[in-house]
Design a binder for this molecule. Structure first.
Ligand code: SF4
Ligand code: SF4
Length: 280
């Protein structure tokens, strides 16, 4: 579940998407694919495009307003929580005929073996959830599993990491143990065909994106991109990290949260989802 780490959606009627330095431009255009970098474009109706732009604008403005009043971790996590709730609300307000296509259900955790890309605010939100809700024994278990995850992706390039199918450290008995604290992409990712998800995990060359639900995905990604744009505009770390690796750092090194709140890079380079050009 790669995320559009460096995609910027402009809230005008000439949508421009920058995907890792490349541009796709046009009216009523949205990227909808395995990584938002695969170049597939879906044409939307003017009404849906308007909705999408509105969701993006509302989220960006709502997040920006909350981020302006941040003076410490409590307000910061509340701002992130507001954005995540906006994602949940956007899902429930999606037209019923689109939601009827969703194959996802409780206990279906197949996609939780796909590498998860996150930004720092999501990592700290999940870490806070774990620290508040997990027993010491369960916390120790997460630290052990995220350490193993970190070791397994260390030194992998982007391609090798994207093909490493490995159950998320937070998946237990087919269920997410941090459901209320899970990252953005875990909330925004859906499919209408669990069999394709299974096939993709077994063979990363199987493309699951034809079975995504474009209307739902466009709405959810508009909110996700709105959150990310506000985070970046406020000067917080917006680099894409490997979820398990960064979570391990967040749970074992309290200084990384201090750095994050100081608008510095929260996690070491070794936790990045993929290498970034110098100075990026
Ligand atoms: S995206 Fe696929 S694997 Fe994930 S919950 Fe939905 S149907 Fe299951
Ligand atoms: S955080 Fe939860 S939903 Fe996301 S990949 Fe891990 S187990 Fe799955």
């Amino acid at each position: 579940m790669t995320r559009p780490a460096r995609v910027r959606l402009q809230p005008d009627n000439k949508t421009t998407l920058r995907v890792d330095g490349r541009s796709l431009a046009g009216i009523f255009v949205a990227v909808c694919g395995r990584s938002c970098g695969d170049g597939r474009v879906i044409m939307f109706s003017p009404a849906l495009e308007k909705q999408r732009q509105q969701l993006y604008a509302d989220t960006t403005q709502g997040m920006a307003q909350r981020l302006r009043s941040v003076s410490g971790p409590v307000e910061m996590l509340a701002a992130v929580g507001w954005g995540l709730q906006k994602l949940e609300q956007t899902y429930t307000e999606t037209p019923a005929k689109e939601l009827a296509k969703v194959a996802c259900c409780a206990g279906c955790g197949i996609c939780c073996s796909v590498p998860v890309d996150v930004q720092a605010h999501e990592v700290f939100y999940t870490a806070e959830f774990i620290q508040l809700n997990f027993s010491p024994a369960d916390l120790a278990g997460v630290i052990e599993r995220t350490a193993a995850r970190r070791a397994s992706v260390a030194g992998l390039d982007e391609e090798a990491r994207s093909r490493l199918m490995q159950p998320c450290s937070l998946l237990r008995d087919g269920s997410c143990t941090v459901y209320a604290g899970r990252p953005e992409i875990c909330r925004a990712h859906h499919s209408n065909n669990a069999e394709i998800c299974t096939a993709h995990v077994a063979d990363p060359d199987v493309d699951p994106s034809p079975d995504y639900i474009p209307v739902l995905r466009a709405r959810m990604f508009a909110v996700m991109l709105g959150m990310d744009a506000a985070i970046e505009a406020a000067g917080y770390d917006d680099r894409a990290y490997d979820f398990g690796s960064a979570l391990h750092e967040a749970l074992t090194n309290s200084l990384c949260r201090v750095r994050w709140l100081q608008r510095k890079r929260a996690f070491p380079e070794s936790c990045l989802a993929f290498p970034h050009p110098a100075g990026d």
